[in-house]
Ligand binder design. Sequence first.
Ligand code: SAH
Ligand code: SF4
Ligand code: F3S
Length: 465
Amino acid sequence: MSSDGVKKVGNLSFPPRKVWVKTFGCQMNYHDTQRLFSHLQKLNFTQTSNKEEANLILFNTCAVRDLANLKFYSQLGEVKHLKKGVKDKNVVVGVGGCVSQIEGEELLKKYAHLNFAFGTDAIDQISDILYRIYSGEDKVFINSWDTQDNYSIETKITHGSPQAFVNIIKGCNNFCSYCIVPYTRGREKSRRLKEVVEDVKGLVKNKGIQEVTLLGQNVNSFGKEHDESFCDLLKQLDQIEGLELIRYTTSHPYDLSDDLIAHHGSASKLSNHLHLPVQSGSNTVLKRMNRKYTADHYLNLVAKLKNANPEIVLSTDIIVGFPDESEQEYQQTIELLDKVQFDFIYSYKFSPRANTQASKMEDGLSDELRSKRLRSLQLHQLKIQEKNRKQLVGQQKRVLVEKFNVKNGEKKWMGRTNCNRIVHFLPETQETDYQWHWVELKITQATALSCQGTIVLDHGTTVVS
Ligand code: SAH
Ligand code: SF4
Ligand code: F3S
């Protein structure tokens, strides 16, 4: 780096520049954005939250439902005015992620102000892409799949928090009939178990990480191609000194093994929360969805999990209005919600995705009916949540404090319990800084979506059990 802050990379000079990024979609995408930042830092970029002052505008896109798509298209259109034509390299516009993987080339043709598009497997090529752009190319497109046999990476951390996301498997082989992910993320590829363990050890030792969330579209399939297993990975991570909490997302009910269920009962660091998407409570819909399990199989898993770990808290994903879903099929989903008593759910209206099986199915449902079913399902679930969360009042919970918000002049801190429930609390004094402290909170109030607590004990930045 020269004294004027200009960095030399290859034959090019990289002066200090600002990047603005908008991320849509799942945690995998948010994690990919972190990875992009780590590469961009090396090219002298710093982040800005003001796109008007950005030299690089990046969209990391999601294709899973139409809504995310539409938001992205409208925001991509809106940034056109920030740029004086495609040749203006003071402001460069790029798009990555799942939409870009499948339609990046068309996007580049359609939007004159768009400079580059790259697919989900090209995250680590962002520096090469920018090098080409700043060398004079106006349009660059990369969406090829990674052809290496091994999926080997090192987790990059660009933030100062003790929480880290760690990719362990990418892609998905399940081809649920409604889902576009196998087309945007490709086939499953796992990292080697040993590599992940060393990676996490390094994060704990060198970066002060205390909580990891293992990521993949279907983490239960981790290691299958190498005769390794997800449960063995969790067992080894459980041994890492200094690591406090292990979370993972997302798992598929079809291959949730008995070993893994037992581990939920015996592990010392594994979160008591499990996100286990069910999608529907109707066997006929589950069959049309190609989910490969029945409602009874799912309920049996829940019973086994609760038996192994009575404290376990479950959440799920639901799709309402799958093609030709009958009133009876819909009611079976409501019945499943009653039976499982999920702590929270993500629920969506079915959204047809190009080339998926479900988009070609007969479908007599109106959008109005889908919206009506979604609303009444959500109201039903909120009542379940409210009832269950009220039982938390009076209990003491350990929380890792993340941040504070100021509302009506009042400062409130928030953190997450081991079970992933958000709790807000007032500080003892306005000046006390609790960020990344482990605190014990007594729950004083609970609603369907959040809890309030008062502070009982502040452990500081490391837990003293
Ligand atoms: N791999 C994860 C989920 C990935 S997508 C899993 O299998 O659980 C996240 C959620 O989006 C899905 O669980 C599903 O509920 C929802 N989803 C996916 N495709 C959808 C579609 N076409 N319409 C509506 N919701 C969809
Ligand atoms: Fe999509 Fe199904 Fe794979 Fe999840 S398991 S990413 S819903 S195909
Ligand atoms: Fe969306 Fe891609 Fe994730 S489609 S949900 S960003 S894998």
